[in-house]
Design a protein around this ligand. Structure first.
Ligand code: MRU
Length: 344
Protein backbone atom coordinates (compact mmCIF):
# COMPACT_ATOMS: atom_id res chain seq x y z
CA UNK A 1 0.00 0.00 0.00
CA UNK A 2 2.04 3.03 1.16
CA UNK A 3 5.58 1.68 1.27
CA UNK A 4 6.37 -1.85 0.13
CA UNK A 5 5.01 -3.26 3.37
CA UNK A 6 2.02 -0.91 3.49
CA UNK A 7 3.13 1.21 6.43
CA UNK A 8 2.67 4.95 6.85
CA UNK A 9 5.29 5.41 9.59
CA UNK A 10 7.73 2.74 10.68
CA UNK A 11 11.19 2.04 12.12
CA UNK A 12 14.14 1.51 9.81
CA UNK A 13 16.17 -1.15 11.66
CA UNK A 14 19.22 -0.77 9.42
CA UNK A 15 19.69 2.93 10.07
CA UNK A 16 17.89 3.22 13.42
CA UNK A 17 15.62 6.02 12.32
CA UNK A 18 11.93 6.62 11.58
CA UNK A 19 10.64 6.43 8.01
CA UNK A 20 7.38 8.12 7.08
CA UNK A 21 5.22 8.89 4.07
CA UNK A 22 5.37 12.68 3.58
CA UNK A 23 1.65 13.40 3.40
CA UNK A 24 1.76 17.08 2.42
CA UNK A 25 3.19 16.05 -0.96
CA UNK A 26 0.32 13.71 -1.84
CA UNK A 27 -1.36 13.07 -4.22
CA UNK A 28 1.20 14.47 -6.69
CA UNK A 29 4.29 12.98 -5.09
CA UNK A 30 4.62 9.81 -3.01
CA UNK A 31 7.81 10.02 -0.98
CA UNK A 32 9.28 8.18 2.01
CA UNK A 33 11.35 10.44 4.29
CA UNK A 34 13.95 9.34 6.87
CA UNK A 35 13.66 11.10 10.22
CA UNK A 36 16.85 11.00 12.27
CA UNK A 37 16.18 13.33 15.17
CA UNK A 38 13.37 14.47 17.44
CA UNK A 39 13.46 18.03 16.08
CA UNK A 40 12.65 16.76 12.57
CA UNK A 41 9.86 14.57 13.92
CA UNK A 42 8.31 17.51 15.76
CA UNK A 43 8.39 19.52 12.54
CA UNK A 44 6.79 16.65 10.60
CA UNK A 45 3.96 16.42 13.13
CA UNK A 46 3.34 20.18 13.29
CA UNK A 47 3.33 20.49 9.49
CA UNK A 48 1.04 17.45 9.06
CA UNK A 49 3.66 15.52 7.11
CA UNK A 50 2.62 12.81 9.57
CA UNK A 51 -1.00 13.16 10.67
CA UNK A 52 -4.12 11.30 11.77
CA UNK A 53 -4.62 10.28 15.38
CA UNK A 54 -3.38 6.64 15.34
CA UNK A 55 -0.38 7.55 13.14
CA UNK A 56 0.48 10.29 15.63
CA UNK A 57 0.40 7.74 18.46
CA UNK A 58 2.76 5.47 16.49
CA UNK A 59 5.04 8.36 15.50
CA UNK A 60 5.12 9.58 19.11
CA UNK A 61 6.12 6.11 20.32
CA UNK A 62 8.86 5.84 17.68
CA UNK A 63 9.87 9.41 18.60
CA UNK A 64 10.72 8.35 22.16
CA UNK A 65 12.62 5.35 20.74
CA UNK A 66 14.52 7.74 18.45
CA UNK A 67 15.36 9.91 21.43
CA UNK A 68 16.91 6.92 23.22
CA UNK A 69 19.28 6.55 20.23
CA UNK A 70 20.04 10.27 20.01
CA UNK A 71 21.41 10.55 23.56
CA UNK A 72 24.19 8.79 25.38
CA UNK A 73 25.19 9.30 29.00
CA UNK A 74 26.66 7.08 31.68
CA UNK A 75 24.57 8.83 34.26
CA UNK A 76 21.19 7.09 33.79
CA UNK A 77 19.20 9.79 35.60
CA UNK A 78 20.62 12.42 33.27
CA UNK A 79 20.04 10.20 30.23
CA UNK A 80 16.40 9.48 31.12
CA UNK A 81 15.83 13.19 31.82
CA UNK A 82 16.96 14.03 28.25
CA UNK A 83 14.63 11.35 26.82
CA UNK A 84 11.76 12.60 29.00
CA UNK A 85 12.33 16.20 27.87
CA UNK A 86 12.17 15.05 24.23
CA UNK A 87 8.96 13.15 24.99
CA UNK A 88 7.25 16.21 26.45
CA UNK A 89 8.51 18.36 23.60
CA UNK A 90 6.89 15.96 21.11
CA UNK A 91 3.70 15.80 23.16
CA UNK A 92 3.27 19.58 22.84
CA UNK A 93 3.32 19.55 19.03
CA UNK A 94 -0.43 18.92 18.61
CA UNK A 95 -2.86 19.08 21.53
CA UNK A 96 -6.15 17.52 20.40
CA UNK A 97 -5.43 13.95 19.24
CA UNK A 98 -5.07 11.98 22.46
CA UNK A 99 -3.18 9.16 20.70
CA UNK A 100 -0.04 11.29 20.48
CA UNK A 101 0.43 11.63 24.24
CA UNK A 102 -0.85 8.07 24.74
CA UNK A 103 1.86 6.58 22.45
CA UNK A 104 4.60 8.78 23.91
CA UNK A 105 3.68 7.98 27.53
CA UNK A 106 3.51 4.27 26.79
CA UNK A 107 7.07 4.15 25.47
CA UNK A 108 8.36 6.53 28.13
CA UNK A 109 6.89 4.26 30.76
CA UNK A 110 8.56 1.23 29.18
CA UNK A 111 12.04 2.77 29.50
CA UNK A 112 11.60 4.24 32.99
CA UNK A 113 13.39 1.39 34.81
CA UNK A 114 16.16 0.85 32.21
CA UNK A 115 19.63 0.57 33.75
CA UNK A 116 21.66 1.44 30.63
CA UNK A 117 21.02 3.41 27.41
CA UNK A 118 21.27 0.14 25.49
CA UNK A 119 18.54 -1.41 27.62
CA UNK A 120 16.41 1.72 27.17
CA UNK A 121 16.78 1.47 23.38
CA UNK A 122 15.73 -2.18 23.30
CA UNK A 123 12.74 -1.56 25.55
CA UNK A 124 11.64 1.61 23.76
CA UNK A 125 11.80 0.03 20.35
CA UNK A 126 9.99 -3.10 21.42
CA UNK A 127 7.15 -1.02 22.92
CA UNK A 128 6.95 1.32 19.92
CA UNK A 129 6.86 -1.54 17.42
CA UNK A 130 4.19 -3.15 19.62
CA UNK A 131 2.03 0.00 19.40
CA UNK A 132 2.34 0.01 15.61
CA UNK A 133 1.54 -3.69 15.21
CA UNK A 134 -1.40 -3.45 17.61
CA UNK A 135 -2.77 -0.58 15.53
CA UNK A 136 -2.98 -2.78 12.47
CA UNK A 137 -4.83 -5.50 14.41
CA UNK A 138 -7.18 -2.94 15.95
CA UNK A 139 -8.00 -1.40 12.58
CA UNK A 140 -8.78 -4.81 11.10
CA UNK A 141 -11.08 -5.61 14.04
CA UNK A 142 -12.80 -2.20 13.80
CA UNK A 143 -13.31 -2.89 10.12
CA UNK A 144 -14.89 -6.29 10.74
CA UNK A 145 -17.29 -4.90 13.35
CA UNK A 146 -18.21 -1.81 11.38
CA UNK A 147 -18.63 -3.44 7.97
CA UNK A 148 -21.70 -5.34 9.19
CA UNK A 149 -23.49 -2.01 9.67
CA UNK A 150 -23.20 -1.02 6.02
CA UNK A 151 -25.91 -2.16 3.59
CA UNK A 152 -24.83 -4.49 0.76
CA UNK A 153 -24.98 -1.59 -1.68
CA UNK A 154 -24.55 1.94 -0.39
CA UNK A 155 -22.90 5.33 -0.67
CA UNK A 156 -20.90 6.43 2.36
CA UNK A 157 -19.79 9.98 3.10
CA UNK A 158 -16.52 10.53 4.94
CA UNK A 159 -14.64 13.61 6.09
CA UNK A 160 -10.88 14.17 6.33
CA UNK A 161 -8.69 11.07 6.12
CA UNK A 162 -9.15 8.20 8.55
CA UNK A 163 -7.44 5.69 6.32
CA UNK A 164 -4.15 3.81 6.12
CA UNK A 165 -2.33 7.15 5.91
CA UNK A 166 -3.76 8.14 9.30
CA UNK A 167 -2.78 4.80 10.90
CA UNK A 168 -0.09 2.14 10.49
CA UNK A 169 -2.04 0.39 7.72
CA UNK A 170 -5.72 -0.24 6.79
CA UNK A 171 -7.40 2.68 8.60
CA UNK A 172 -10.35 3.21 10.91
CA UNK A 173 -13.25 4.77 8.95
CA UNK A 174 -11.69 3.70 5.65
CA UNK A 175 -10.86 0.35 7.28
CA UNK A 176 -14.61 -0.20 7.73
CA UNK A 177 -15.11 0.60 4.06
CA UNK A 178 -12.21 -1.68 3.04
CA UNK A 179 -13.59 -4.54 5.16
CA UNK A 180 -17.07 -4.06 3.68
CA UNK A 181 -15.64 -4.15 0.14
CA UNK A 182 -13.56 -7.24 1.05
CA UNK A 183 -16.80 -8.88 2.25
CA UNK A 184 -18.27 -8.35 -1.22
CA UNK A 185 -20.35 -5.22 -0.54
CA UNK A 186 -20.83 -2.64 -3.27
CA UNK A 187 -19.63 0.58 -1.60
CA UNK A 188 -19.17 4.02 -3.15
CA UNK A 189 -17.51 6.76 -1.16
CA UNK A 190 -18.14 10.49 -1.15
CA UNK A 191 -15.03 12.18 0.23
CA UNK A 192 -15.42 15.75 1.52
CA UNK A 193 -12.40 17.76 0.39
CA UNK A 194 -11.83 18.91 4.01
CA UNK A 195 -10.72 22.49 3.88
CA UNK A 196 -8.29 24.05 4.45
CA UNK A 197 -5.66 21.28 4.11
CA UNK A 198 -7.66 18.95 1.85
CA UNK A 199 -7.00 15.65 3.60
CA UNK A 200 -10.20 14.34 1.92
CA UNK A 201 -9.45 15.26 -1.68
CA UNK A 202 -5.68 14.73 -1.42
CA UNK A 203 -5.43 11.66 0.81
CA UNK A 204 -8.75 9.80 1.11
CA UNK A 205 -9.41 10.05 -2.63
CA UNK A 206 -5.81 8.94 -3.34
CA UNK A 207 -5.99 5.91 -1.03
CA UNK A 208 -9.37 4.72 -2.23
CA UNK A 209 -8.72 5.21 -5.93
CA UNK A 210 -5.41 3.33 -5.53
CA UNK A 211 -7.45 0.46 -4.03
CA UNK A 212 -10.04 0.75 -6.82
CA UNK A 213 -12.84 1.63 -4.41
CA UNK A 214 -15.23 4.07 -6.17
CA UNK A 215 -14.77 7.57 -4.73
CA UNK A 216 -15.92 11.07 -5.61
CA UNK A 217 -14.75 14.30 -4.01
CA UNK A 218 -17.15 17.10 -3.03
CA UNK A 219 -16.70 20.49 -1.43
CA UNK A 220 -17.51 20.27 2.27
CA UNK A 221 -20.57 22.46 1.73
CA UNK A 222 -22.06 20.00 -0.81
CA UNK A 223 -22.59 17.32 1.86
CA UNK A 224 -25.95 18.62 3.14
CA UNK A 225 -27.37 18.89 -0.37
CA UNK A 226 -26.38 15.30 -1.23
CA UNK A 227 -28.08 14.16 1.98
CA UNK A 228 -31.21 16.13 1.07
CA UNK A 229 -31.19 14.46 -2.37
CA UNK A 230 -31.14 11.02 -0.71
CA UNK A 231 -27.71 10.21 -2.17
CA UNK A 232 -25.93 9.38 1.12
CA UNK A 233 -26.76 6.18 3.03
CA UNK A 234 -24.32 6.56 5.93
CA UNK A 235 -21.61 8.84 7.28
CA UNK A 236 -18.39 7.32 8.72
CA UNK A 237 -15.59 9.32 10.28
CA UNK A 238 -12.58 8.65 12.48
CA UNK A 239 -11.79 10.49 15.71
CA UNK A 240 -8.92 12.31 17.38
CA UNK A 241 -10.32 11.97 20.86
CA UNK A 242 -13.53 10.56 22.33
CA UNK A 243 -14.65 11.79 25.73
CA UNK A 244 -17.79 10.52 27.45
CA UNK A 245 -19.73 13.43 25.95
CA UNK A 246 -18.23 14.17 22.51
CA UNK A 247 -16.27 12.92 19.54
CA UNK A 248 -13.45 15.25 18.48
CA UNK A 249 -12.60 15.01 14.81
CA UNK A 250 -11.59 17.23 11.89
CA UNK A 251 -13.37 20.57 11.75
CA UNK A 252 -16.62 20.13 9.82
CA UNK A 253 -17.45 16.74 11.32
CA UNK A 254 -20.04 18.31 13.66
CA UNK A 255 -21.75 19.97 10.69
CA UNK A 256 -22.06 16.58 8.92
CA UNK A 257 -23.41 14.96 12.10
CA UNK A 258 -26.12 17.63 12.49
CA UNK A 259 -27.12 17.25 8.84
CA UNK A 260 -27.13 13.45 9.08
CA UNK A 261 -29.43 13.59 12.12
CA UNK A 262 -31.83 15.94 10.30
CA UNK A 263 -31.95 13.62 7.29
CA UNK A 264 -32.16 10.43 9.43
CA UNK A 265 -28.88 9.08 8.06
CA UNK A 266 -26.72 6.97 10.43
CA UNK A 267 -23.60 8.74 11.67
CA UNK A 268 -20.84 6.27 12.59
CA UNK A 269 -17.48 6.86 14.29
CA UNK A 270 -14.64 4.33 13.94
CA UNK A 271 -11.77 4.53 16.44
CA UNK A 272 -9.42 2.32 18.47
CA UNK A 273 -9.46 2.35 22.26
CA UNK A 274 -6.29 4.50 22.22
CA UNK A 275 -8.50 7.38 21.03
CA UNK A 276 -10.76 7.23 24.09
CA UNK A 277 -10.15 9.73 26.87
CA UNK A 278 -11.86 8.52 30.00
CA UNK A 279 -10.43 11.29 32.16
CA UNK A 280 -11.65 14.52 30.59
CA UNK A 281 -14.96 16.03 29.49
CA UNK A 282 -15.43 17.83 26.19
CA UNK A 283 -15.13 21.25 27.80
CA UNK A 284 -11.62 20.39 29.09
CA UNK A 285 -10.16 19.68 25.65
CA UNK A 286 -7.87 22.11 23.88
CA UNK A 287 -8.90 22.45 20.25
CA UNK A 288 -5.90 23.13 18.07
CA UNK A 289 -6.02 26.51 16.34
CA UNK A 290 -3.78 26.70 13.29
CA UNK A 291 -2.14 29.44 11.31
CA UNK A 292 -4.11 32.08 9.42
CA UNK A 293 -2.07 31.41 6.27
CA UNK A 294 -3.61 27.96 5.85
CA UNK A 295 -6.80 29.83 4.89
CA UNK A 296 -5.20 32.88 3.36
CA UNK A 297 -3.24 31.00 0.69
CA UNK A 298 -3.71 27.99 -1.52
CA UNK A 299 -0.16 27.27 -2.61
CA UNK A 300 1.07 30.67 -3.76
CA UNK A 301 -2.39 32.00 -4.57
CA UNK A 302 -3.70 34.55 -2.08
CA UNK A 303 -7.32 33.93 -1.07
CA UNK A 304 -7.95 36.78 1.44
CA UNK A 305 -7.05 40.44 1.79
CA UNK A 306 -3.91 41.01 3.90
CA UNK A 307 -5.94 43.02 6.42
CA UNK A 308 -8.37 40.19 7.23
CA UNK A 309 -7.81 37.70 10.03
CA UNK A 310 -8.98 34.07 9.98
CA UNK A 311 -10.39 31.62 12.51
CA UNK A 312 -8.75 28.28 11.83
CA UNK A 313 -9.83 25.61 14.30
CA UNK A 314 -8.53 22.18 13.28
CA UNK A 315 -11.16 20.07 15.11
CA UNK A 316 -14.69 20.26 16.50
CA UNK A 317 -16.62 18.27 19.11
CA UNK A 318 -19.68 16.30 17.97
CA UNK A 319 -22.05 15.63 20.88
CA UNK A 320 -22.75 11.95 21.57
CA UNK A 321 -26.48 12.55 20.95
CA UNK A 322 -25.66 12.78 17.22
CA UNK A 323 -23.69 9.50 17.07
CA UNK A 324 -25.50 6.36 15.90
CA UNK A 325 -22.71 3.91 16.83
CA UNK A 326 -19.02 3.80 17.75
CA UNK A 327 -16.99 1.05 16.08
CA UNK A 328 -14.01 -0.01 18.21
CA UNK A 329 -11.67 -3.01 18.11
CA UNK A 330 -13.53 -4.43 21.12
CA UNK A 331 -17.01 -4.19 19.63
CA UNK A 332 -19.73 -1.70 18.78
CA UNK A 333 -21.07 0.85 21.24
CA UNK A 334 -24.57 2.20 20.75
CA UNK A 335 -26.62 4.82 22.66
CA UNK A 336 -26.98 5.57 25.45
CA UNK A 337 -23.20 6.00 25.68
CA UNK A 338 -22.78 5.67 29.43
CA UNK A 339 -19.61 7.11 30.89
CA UNK A 340 -18.27 3.85 32.37
CA UNK A 341 -19.17 1.83 29.28
CA UNK A 342 -16.71 3.59 26.99
CA UNK A 343 -13.56 1.57 26.26
CA UNK A 344 -10.88 0.92 27.37
O1 MRU B 1 -5.35 17.35 11.23
P1 MRU B 1 -5.34 15.88 10.91
O2 MRU B 1 -5.20 15.58 9.46
O3 MRU B 1 -4.34 15.14 11.75
O4 MRU B 1 -6.77 15.37 11.36
C1 MRU B 1 -7.06 14.01 11.26
C2 MRU B 1 -8.47 13.68 11.54
O5 MRU B 1 -9.26 14.50 11.94
C3 MRU B 1 -8.85 12.23 11.40
O6 MRU B 1 -10.17 12.11 11.04
C4 MRU B 1 -8.64 11.52 12.75
O7 MRU B 1 -7.33 11.73 13.21
C5 MRU B 1 -8.90 10.08 12.68
S1 MRU B 1 -7.64 9.22 11.81
C6 MRU B 1 -7.96 7.56 11.90
Amino acid sequence: MNDKDGKTVYWDFENNCIMFVEQTLLPADYRLIPCENVERLAKAIKNLEIRGAPALGIAGGFGVALSTYCHDDENMDGYLKLVTDDAYYLMATRPTAVNLSWGIKRVLNAVSDAQTPEEARVKALSEAVGIAEEDEKMCRAIGEFGAKYLPDKCTVLTHCNAGALACYTWGTALGVIRSAVAAGKDISVVSCETRPLFQGSRLTAWELSRDKIPVKTITDSTAAYLMQRGEIDAVIVGADRITHDAVFNKIGTYMHAVCAKYHEIPFYVAAPSSTFDNVHSASDIVIEKRDRDELAFCGKKQLMPDSVDAVNYAFDPTPMSLVTALFTEKGVLTPPFLKGELVP
